[in-house]
Design a protein around this ligand. Structure first.
Ligand code: DAT
Ligand code: MG
Length: 148
């Protein structure tokens, strides 16, 4: 069972889309095992987006992600990393297919509503940035035994 980090970004919170986004991932079959609201500071933003340091959009990205509160979640499920990326859609909402979160609700690459880890390795790193072990829940759902 994979775990992946999701951030509901400040634009989604401002637009009242947090519930819609969480609901889509939940309905897909992924299990919420951790959740918190926080306002990311510059240090956390730089760490989370370290791979993009030096790129032209880096400062805008850090300014945006620290511009207001986010909701951080860990979703767990079979192939969670890849499935979340599919439900999110492509990075640029203008190119993301309809039916995806970014395709349905976004138009601007700088305001694309949701973050999801792009690999199992990065998921593990990102989870450790946002959550301690005590904040991550291990529980069974009855349907896990027969669907997943
Ligand atoms: P993703 O969020 O799909 O994993 P990414 O890791 O390549 O995309 O980039 C992180 C974020 O940076 C992305 O969600 C939005 C922003 N970003 C990426 N490419 C950009 C660009 N060319 N111009 C402006 N912002 C960009
Ligand atoms: Mg990424």
């Amino acid at each position: 069972m994979e775990k992946s980090l999701v951030l509901i970004k400040p634009d989604a919170i401002q637009r009242g889309l947090a519930g819609e986004i969480i609901s889509r991932l939940e309905k897909k079959g992924l299990k919420i095992v951790a959740v918190k609201m926080l306002h990311m500071d510059n240090t956390l933003a730089q760490r989370h987006y370290a791979v993009h340091k030096g790129k032209a959009f880096f400062n805008d990205l850090v300014n945006f992600i620290t511009s207001g509160p986010v909701i951080a979640l860990i979703f767990q499920g079979k192939n969670a990393v890849q499935i979340i990326r599919q439900v999110m859609g492509e990075t640029d909402p203008a190119k993301a297919h309809s039916g995806t979160i970014r395709g349905d609700f976004g138009i601007d690459i700088g305001h694309n509503l949701i973050h999801g880890s792009d690999s199992l390795e990065n998921a593990s790193k990102e989870i450790n940035l946002f959550f301690s072990d005590e904040e991550i829940f291990n529980y069974d759902r009855e349907l896990d035994a027969w669907i997943y």
